[in-house]
Ligand binder design. Structure first.
Ligand SMILES: Cc1cc2nc3c(=O)[nH]c(=O)nc-3n(C[C@H](O)[C@H](O)[C@H](O)COP(=O)(O)OP(=O)(O)OC[C@H]3O[C@@H](n4cnc5c(N)ncnc54)[C@H](O)[C@@H]3O)c2cc1C
Length: 340
């Protein structure tokens, strides 16, 4: 690590892991976050669909870790989350085979993008900037460049908070991190939204779907001022999605619509509007089982859901753990400077 007075930290990726890490570190160091998209949030960023404020990706938060529970409580207090008490069932060819009404679930208010926006406020954030190269100087600092060769500044430490597939290319100077990320496989997920003029009157609000091209269906909140309208989001299973990876969007949309009516045992009807989206790197299949990774010699860290667990909780906890690891490194550096 180089020896600038205020440590300069670059965080690549403004998903929930990168934003959590940046927020935890911002009082201790000069933190700059680079995000290749126009929006923050990564896989929870909103895909607007007509008047609906939800989107076709993440649906709800569950909590298993006590630290994450405290974070969720603070988001509830801030009005960024709301409890979701919808009926969630298991469906097999239209039959409800199981009810899951015990798991506490939370939804973003109005969506999970709001949490990402709140975390991002007050950060030095560079949107629409895809970091492509890290070049090490003689003093151990890192010069960052974007995908057009543009210079992005010099940093003492770099945190890579992207999905696993992006990590090996960025972490070439930290081979143990690059290797670990290269071993992570990601699922592909086709998802679709169907907006119906009137209610389908289904006796549940969401369902895990068995023995179907679909794995999940859920009703979204009706847009104002059309309370009678009803929009359903569907996710295809990883196996089906992989099989149709190279298919045309129109073909996939129709196949998912047929599967939706079949799964819910409903006669087909034409939606007012529909949309389909392919998440090329949806979820890590095999996570590392480590909170985050850090190469002290290279001053490069990596975090994200692929380290811990394939969900929002995993991403946030990995970002926190990364911040903690970086703080320890900064303190060590301070002690080194004080000693001599
Ligand atoms: C369809 C779907 C449904 C889901 N449903 C749920 C759910 O119901 N509940 C739940 O808890 N979780 C759900 N998840 C998972 C959850 O969304 C993720 O686990 C979590 O958002 C991952 O956050 P992350 O910060 O680790 O990664 P990401 O959100 O992928 O963030 C990485 C960021 O890095 C940026 N980036 C990448 N490369 C570069 C680069 N070179 N330069 C700059 N920026 C870069 C990306 O644009 C992105 O913003 C779902 C995911 C999908 C896809």
């Amino acid at each position: 690590m180089s020896v600038s007075a205020t440590p300069r930290i670059a965080i690549i990726g403004a998903g929930l892991a990168g934003l959590t890490c940046a927020t935890a570190l911002k009082g201790m160091a000069g933190v700059t976050v680079f995000e290749k998209s126009v929006f923050v949030g990564g896989r929870v960023s909103r895909h607007p669909f007509g008047e609906y404020r939800d989107h076709s990706g993440e649906q709800y938060i569950t909590v298993s870790n006590p630290l994450f529970l405290k974070i969720v409580e603070s988001w509830l207090d801030a009005g960024l989350l709301r409890p979701w008490e919808g009926w969630v069932v298991e469906l097999n060819h239209g039959q409800i085979v199981n009810l899951d009404d015990l798991t506490p679930r939370y939804r973003g208010a109005p969506n999970m993008q709001a949490i990402a926006d709140r975390l991002a406020s007050g950060l030095d954030l560079r949107h629409s900037t895809s970091v492509a190269e890290l070049d090490r100087g003689d003093d151990g600092s890192w010069r960052l460049f974007d995908d057009r060769g543009g210079y992005l500044g010099v940093y003492d430490l770099v945190v890579i908070a992207t999905s696993a597939d992006q990590v090996p290319g960025l972490a070439r100077a930290a081979p143990s991190i690059a290797r670990a990320a290269a071993n992570i496989d990601m699922t592909l997920c086709w998802s679709a939204l169907f907006d119906f003029e009137t209610s389908l009157n289904l006796p549940f609000e969401a369902a895990f779907v068995l023995d179907s091209p679909l794995s999940w269906v859920a009703r979204l909140d009706a847009p104002q001022p059309y309370p009678e309208r009803e929009c359903w989001v569907v996710h295809a299973s990883p196996e089906w999605s992989a099989q149709y990876a190279a298919s045309f969007r129109g073909r996939v949309l129709h196949a998912l619509m047929d599967a939706f009516f079949e799964a819910c045992d409903q006669p087909p009807r034409k939606p007012l509007a529909s949309n389909v989206h392919c998440w090329r790197h949806a979820l890590p299949i095999n996570t590392l089982g480590e909170d985050c990774l850090f190469d002290e010699r290279a001053s490069i860290g990596a975090c994200g859901d692929w380290c811990t667990a394939p969900r929002i909780e995993g991403a946030v906890l990995s970002g926190f753990s990364m911040a903690d690891r970086v703080m320890k490194q900064l303190r060590k550096r301070e002690h080194g400077r004080a000693a001599g």
